[in-house]
Design a binder for this molecule. Sequence first.
Ligand code: T3D
Length: 260
Amino acid sequence: AYRWLEFTMADGVATVRLNRPETLNALTDELLLELQDAVKTVERRSEARVLVLTGQGRGFCSGQDLKSFGDNPTQRDIGEHLDRYYHPLIERLSGLSKPSIAMINGVAAGAGMSLALACDFRIAAEEARFSQAFVKIGLVPDSGSSYFLPRLIGISRALEMAMTGKMIDAQTAYAWGLVNRVVPLAQLADETYSWARSLAAGPPIALSLIKRAMWRGSELRLSDALAFEKDSQIRAARTEDHQNAVKAFFEKRTPEFRGQ
Ligand code: T3D
């Protein structure tokens, strides 16, 4: 059982809900370790086919808990802190072999925004806001923001957000390609879970291969990307899920994907 987050599972969808609403879910060391553990659990448990990451209360996540900086922040070993608390989390989340959705219920700032960026999809409530808040306290984007943000919205807008720290609203985030959908808060959970359940009904092995190939593809030369695609396709084609789905197509029924 976790203290600073809620972990629930239903219909193949694991939900991780940050639960420090009074600070808009600011990240403490304890919470970050619990998050690492929760993502590891989602990776390990075969009945978890999709991850939904969200926040309790009016915020998604306000980033590093600034109270834990103490009286003399310059004395902290921030490199060690990033290595131990943030980097394993971001690598596990981004490297998760299953689809992940950030269900962004409210403000996402600093490393809280980085968490949303490390997911595969982002669905935002109309009330959601986004800030690369680091610069406002004289820091630089961390926890993967410098990697994910320019890839999602282009270098110019990424620099604008990173250098100004300005808050952008959900509609702007949608126009910039930062989020996949914007919905009224009242519909956020319904929209997210209907999407999550349809991903959970998809072919798990193919989904995992797709995720890796898309990220690899953006870093490879065409000939290498074609070779990587081929290897993935060979693995996908060998699955029972593939054989059964082709059969289901001709029998005009919906295939049931089992991850085999
Ligand atoms: O350590 C390392 O390894 C380095 C890692 C750094 C990564 C980072 O994430 S650096 C960036 C840290 N985050 C921030 O700088 C954002 C700080 N928060 C804000 O700027 C604002 O709270 C928001 C823009 C996110 C939201 O504003 P608003 O007006 O909606 O809410 P609020 O009134 O500011 O916040 C509500 C409460 O949450 C408030 O407490 P109170 O007054 O009700 O007792 C506020 O202090 C608290 N809170 C918000 N963010 C944090 C926080 N408490 C601790 N840490 C926070 N990050």
